[in-house]
Design a protein. Structure first.
Lengths: 229, 316
């Protein structure tokens, strides 16, 4: 077997590390990989075009932006901040912990589209987390603010990833089922999805502990006492 | 029947509007770049289904050319200021959340209704695409509610959408590009090569190390490909089934389910999973495009270790 097609992977790693434009890196890697894999240039471009076209559904979600943008024009982010500030005892750690659990449980019962970065993180969770952190710790330094926003997005991802597989009718579970079936191991989706529960609990404890700890450390850094203990 | 194609046409209209408004926006020094970029995407959504693969491929290369050589700028359409937003938010109150909630609720409740009630037998939506189509329905309903209630200027939603779209810029199509790269990787046989390497590194006879290599292989290959879906069939074929299930007599359900989750830990660590890691950094206007991944590292690694231990102790 020839190892040459792996050069494409190396190009991706180097390209991302050197901070070239990722679209450019990916396109070059695709063409190089295809050529080293023994394809001609035209079939490589055709393959690229076909796969891009077949995956348009991924980019459909952007049609949500006009709604989010319009609501922001009328003060949605400010409203989200006011709401969280009015909740007594609300801290960033508790907010993100709650969101983590909410995201895991809703994803586990098949409602993975209830959250997401354009839908909930940018308009609601991120401004709420920032406001809650400022309420406990006062004005945030720029780096701390970036970390709070990053943590809000991270919490959405962790909640989704380690919740969705508990739902039996999800693509990844069907994929596992299909692969094992083709090797002669018939499994039902439910047999598989129950085994996502132990990891889901670990993820809740680990990430939940991290957001609470992050809130505490933020308090130490800014010198003000953390929220209500 | 309402198909995904309808949704593509609708999406095409949004991108076309962004393209036209970009062209008219004199505040953006690179307005023609933006107009061309969003315009090409509109073309892709309108006509992609009917274009030959080569034409779609050339379209992709054109998009990459515009973005890759710094052709995209940022428009700054007129909007409300911070003080104005504060005042509006106080006046409008918590009802502001309603239009935002309409979209996920339509998608989720609609999907449930469609799948678990006789409503589904109408065959109104293309099979397995109902959630995405309902998301589009939710957006239109929500927009209608906003127009009726807030009475914004006619073009305000499109302009506000353009502001966000421009702030995301090229990252908006990175997930789609990476899916395309995955397609080319598969054609070139990258998966088989990786599976071969992983299979060859297994030390004879050690169960714990075999479980470790299986999980590390899942995570690493996921980091490379950007999603665990491409990694799973390869690692299951190379290690999961021949070594863990047949060799060591492990439980296939546990090895399959938790092996996939070991891959998900890799998803948390890679810029290749752009829609989870890079797009949100752009959406939140973080300074570093790795700002989200950085916050995930110390969740991903311990959860990964848990997965290895869970397979080792539960499956055998």
């Amino acid at each position: 077997m020839s190892y040459w097609p792996l050069v494409g992977i190396a190009l991706v790693v180097i390209g991302f590390a050197l901070r070239f434009n990722p679209l450019l890196v990916v396109a070059v890697a695709a063409v190089v990989t295809g050529l080293l894999g023994g394809l001609e240039l035209v079939p490589v471009i055709e393959a690229l075009g076909k796969a891009f076209n077949d995956n348009r559904y991924i980019s459909v979600t952007w049609i949500i932006l006009p709604v989010i943008g319009l609501l922001e024009r009328y003060g949605l982010q400010q409203r989200a901040r006011t709401l969280i500030e009015s909740v007594r005892g609300a801290t960033m750690g508790r907010l993100l912990l709650l969101y983590l659990g909410f995201r895991q449980i809703t994803a586990a019962i098949g409602m993975k589209d209830i959250g997401g970065h354009p839908q909930t993180v940018r308009p609601l969770i991120a401004p709420m987390a920032e406001a809650a952190a400022e309420k406990s710790h006062g004005e945030l330094a720029e780096d701390d603010r970036e970390q709070v926003l990053g943590m809000a997005a991270a919490t959405d991802n962790v909640g989704l990833f380690f919740g969705e597989d508990i739902f039996f009718a999800i693509a990844s579970i069907l994929l596992i089922q299909g692969v094992f079936e083709s090797y002669g191991y018939p499994l039902t989706p439910l047999q598989l999805s129950v085994w996502a529960i132990p990891t889901a609990i670990c993820a809740f404890i680990i990430h939940g502990g991290r957001v609470l700890n992050f809130d505490r450390r933020l308090g130490q850094r800014t010198g003000k006492a953390g929220g209500v203990a | 029947m309402i198909t995904l194609e309808w949704l593509y046409i609708l999406t095409g209209f949004f991108f076309a509007a962004w393209s036209i408004l970009s062209a008219l926006d004199r505040t953006n020094g690179k307005r023609w770049g933006n107009a061309a970029f969003w315009g090409l995407l509109a073309v892709s959504f309108f006509f992609g289904t009917h274009f030959p693969d080569l034409a779609n491929g050339v379209l992709v290369l054109a998009l990459v050319g515009i973005a890759g050589f710094g052709g995209l700028g940022r428009g700054d359409p007129p909007t409300t200021g911070l003080a104005e937003r504060q005042a509006l938010s106080e006046k409008l109150g918590n009802k502001l959340f309603l239009p935002a909630i309409i979209i996920p609720v339509t998608a989720v409740a609609g999907t449930l209704l469609y799948n678990y009630t006789p409503f589904g037998e109408t065959g109104l939506f293309e099979e397995r695409r109902e959630t995405l189509i309902l998301l589009g329905v939710g957006v239109m309903v929500s927009l209608a509610v906003c127009y009726a209630w807030l009475r914004p200027p006619l073009l305000a939603p499109i302009e506000e959408g353009r502001r966000l779209m421009d702030s995301i810029g090229w990252a908006a199509i990175l997930p789609q590009m990476l899916a395309a790269l995955g397609g080319v990787f598969a054609l070139a046989g990258v998966g088989d090569i990786i599976g071969g390497i992983a299979g060859a590194t297994i030390p004879e006879g050690s169960l714990f190390l075999s479980v470790g290599v299986y999980c590390i292989g899942m995570a690493l290959f996921t980091i490379i490909m950007g999603n665990a879906f491409a990694a799973f069939p390869v690692m299951a074929a190379a290690i999961g089934i021949p070594i863990l299930v047949i060799g060591f007599g492990g439980d296939p359900a546990i090895i399959g389910a938790i092996g996939m989750l070991a891959g998900f830990c890799g998803t948390l660590l890679t810029p290749m999973a752009a829609n989870f890691n890079i797009v949100p950094a752009a959406l939140l206007e973080l300074k570093s495009q790795y700002g989200v991944i950085r916050m995930q590292v110390w969740t991903a690694i311990p959860v990964f270790v848990c997965n290895v231990l869970l397979i080792y102790f539960l499956a055998f």
